[in-house]
Design a protein around this ligand. Structure first.
Ligand SMILES: Nc1ncnc2c1ncn2[C@@H]1O[C@H](COP(=O)(O)OP(=O)(O)OP(=O)(O)O)[C@@H](O)[C@H]1O
Ligand SMILES: [Mg+2]
Length: 297
């Protein structure tokens, strides 16, 4: 636990590829689309040629990805394919061996410290395990990014924290509780409130509905969708949850073979000729969720 919300340690950039992401030598044949969903068509994140690894193990190789303004991008892939690693790399928590990342038009590697801090203030993160600090109350957790990035008096910070908690549907009496006193769904909401602390343009969510019952998960999807619409958020969401993919994602990016195999609308991704995608979207578990929702793709 205690996954600090500080974004430090950008890696070194090297290669860069122009234009939209396209196929890599490793993937099966077929078109790889990376086109906007319901976003404005303007990428606010452009990752090119990312290579990330640990020791002798390479997790990502020449990975390209765009995130478009206003979209909910669902990121899928088998366990261990590097979805969380990708998220952490994009926000600078893991170093890159190669590749460039442009955020809101700023190349992260050539940015000054000030520029980088300004960019970091524009995103919020919900880590896979909720990652609230157990020794802090919910209110104090929400205030962690505020303390890091803003100079505010404590009364204003309290008001802001309560506002964020209300935005995610948590009652004011949750503010002074500790994480251990919350249900799983409340922890997710509190973590989302913390991700929203700095009024971000972009939120990175790692498995936001995992561990929730179907009703709790559907409520959380509704919340994300509502926040996207009311706040104009862009959402990068790692998920295993087919219902989330079908109900709120504008575009899906599938990770496999160390890169984004395909990114596009649901139909495009479902038709991509890869064994994992086939099993995931067309297997027994998927059938119930997909029926009647993806135009029979
Ligand atoms: N800090 C680290 N040091 C060494 N290896 C790591 C580290 N973080 C991740 N890995 C390895 O990188 C690979 C990808 O991990 P990652 O957590 O991104 O998978 P994932 O796609 O998010 O899986 P899941 O769906 O289970 O959450 C795994 O083999 C993991 O063991
Ligand atoms: Mg993960």
């Amino acid at each position: 636990m205690s996954d600090a919300n500080s974004n430090t340690g950008s890696g070194s950039g090297a290669s860069s590829a122009n234009g939209l992401a396209n196929g890599s030598a490793n993937g099966p044949a077929g078109p790889v689309l990376n086109e906007p969903g319901n976003g404005s068509g303007e990428p606010i994140v452009r990752a090119r040629g990312l290579t990330v690894g640990f020791g002798p193990k390479t997790i990502h190789e020449h990975l390209d990805l765009d995130i478009y303004r206003g979209e909910v991008l669902g990121v899928v892939g088998g366990s261990g394919t590097g979805k969380s690693v990708l998220l952490r790399t994009l926000v600078g928590l893991l170093p890159r061996r190669a590749g460039t990342i442009e955020m809101f038009g700023t190349d992260i590697d050539s940015a000054s410290t000030e520029q980088r801090l300004a960019v970091e203030r524009r995103w919020g993160i919900l880590f896979q395990q909720g990652a609230l600090f157990s020794s802090l109350t919910v209110k104090q957790n929400v205030q962690v990014p505020m303390r890091e990035h803003m100079r505010l008096d404590s009364r204003l910070m309290d008001e802001l924290a309560l506002l964020k908690l209300a935005m995610v549907g948590l009652a004011a009496d949750a503010a002074d509780k500790f994480p251990a006193e919350l249900s799983g769904g409340m922890i997710k909401r509190a973590a989302l409130a913390r991700a929203l602390a700095l009024d971000p343009d972009l939120v990175f969510l790692d498995e936001p509905t995992s561990g929730l019952d179907p009703i709790g998960a559907a409520d959380f999807d509704d919340l994300i969708s509502k926040l996207r619409d009311t706040l104009g958020l862009t959402v990068f969401m790692v998920t295993h949850d087919l219902d989330s993919l079908f109900s709120i994602c504008d575009r899906i990016a599938a990770l496999g073979n160390k890169h984004i195999m395909v990114a596009g609308d649901l139909k495009t991704v479902m038709q991509y000729p890869d064994p994992w995608i086939k099993e995931y979207f067309h297997g027994k578990r998927a059938r119930g969720a997909t029926e009647g929702r993806a135009g029979g793709a």
